[in-house]
Design a protein around this ligand. Sequence first.
Ligand code: ATP
Ligand code: MG
Length: 414
Amino acid sequence: MVDLLPAQIDYWQKVESIARDHFSRAGLEEIRTPIIEQTELFLRGIGENTDVVGKEMYTFEDRGGRSCTLRPEGTASVARAILQNGLLNNGPQRLWYGGPMFRYERPQAGRQRQFHQIGVEFVGFDSVISDAEVISIAWDFLCALGLNDLTLELNTLGSNEDRHSFKEKLKDWLNQRFDLLDEDSQKRINVNPLRILDSKNIAIKKLLCEAPSLSDFLSKESKNRFDFLQELLNNLNIPYKINKNLVRGLDYYSHTAFEITSDHLGSQATVCGGGRYDGLIADLGGPKTPSIGWAIGMERLIILTKDRISHSKFPDAYVINRGQNAQQVALKITRKLRSDNFRIELDYSGSSFSKQFKRADKSGAKLAIVIGEDEVSKGQLMIKQLRDDEKEKGGKEYICSIEELNQLISKLIV
Ligand code: ATP
Ligand code: MG
C-alpha cells in the first residue's frame, strides 16, 4: 500500500476536480459508500469463482464474529446501497463514486494493494443508447484530461442464455486440449471457463485463436444490440476495436463489455473497465434492474496525465520578515491577506534577508512582501516582484502602507 505524498496530491486534486465537473455536467450524482462491507455482498455480487473473490480480498472477522471485507471494487457496494436505501423508488439512478479499493495482488507499477477508482453506474437503464452514453462519458472524461492516444476495446458477452450454451462448447474444446493449458487455465475450465479467454499467457492466447467464439452463440437480439451500439459510437466519432476475447474479470457482466487501454502503461495497460450488469441487482435480492457502468484506476490515470497537468499552487506572495516587531506585523498581514483570498506563505526562520529571499524565489511566489524593523517604524511595507519575466526588468520594488497592500497585490499578480 502506498502513501500519496504532497508532491503528488496536486495531480490527484486536478483530475478529481475535472471528473467532478465532467460528471455533474452529465447529470450524475455522487454516492459514497462504506469501505467495509459484509463479505457475503462480494460473494454474491462478484462471484466466488473470480480472481477478486477467490484470491484478492482482504477479509476478516470483526469483534462480533461477522465476516467483513475491505471493498475490492465499487459496483457491488453501490448496488447494495441503492437497494438498502430504496433509491429505485425515485426512478433509475445515474451515479458516480470515487475512493480507495483493496485487493491482495502482487504490487508492481500500476498495481497496488490499496488503489483508487473513480466510477460511474447507470442503474435501471436498458436501452443501447445508455450503453453509448456511459462509454462516451468515460471517453470524453479521458479526452478532457488531454489523453488522445487511448484505445477503446469493445465486446459483447451476450445474454445469460447465449453464454450458457457457449460455455458448454468452450469447456469441451478446452478439455480436449487440457495438456496444452497452464495450471491457472486448467483450474478454471470447470469453474469459470470464460475467464480463460482473458489469459495473459502468450501461449494460451495463441491457442485460443482457434477456440469457439461467443459471437457465434449470440441470439438475434444480442447481435442487434451490439450492432446498434457500434452504430451509435460511429456516429459519435468514438473510435473502438472489437476484441472478441475481452471478458472482464467479474461475474456480473452481460452484453456490452469494454476496456480503455493505453500503450504507455506497460503490462498494466487498462485504465478503464466496464460493462453491462443486468443481473446484479436481482442477484442481491432486488427487482430485475438492467444496469451498466465502468471504473477507472486513478493511479494508472495519474501516470498518464502527470506530464499534462500544470502545477498551479504557487503562492501569490511570500512574506519576508526580520525582528520581533516585524514578525508581529507579518503574522497579522498574512492572516488578513489569506482572508482576502490571496495565497500567502510566511517565512518563520528569522534568518537573514538574503536567505529569506532565496526561499521566496524557490516557493514560486510572484511577489515578496518585505517587513523589517525599518518598515515597521515607518508603518510601511516593501513589495518586490519575483517572477522571472519581471526580474529581467530588474524586479520592480514598491513601497506602500498596510492599508494599500490589498489593492497593490491585486494589481501586481494579474
Ligand atoms: P487488471 O486486469 O489490470 O487486474 P481488473 O480487470 O482487475 O484489471 P477492474 O476490476 O475492471 O480491473 O477495475 C477497473 C480499473 O481499476 C482497472 O482497469 C485498473 O485501472 C484499476 N485497477 C484494478 N486493480 C488495480 C490495482 N490492484 N492497482 C491499481 N489499479 C487497479
Ligand atoms: Mg485484476
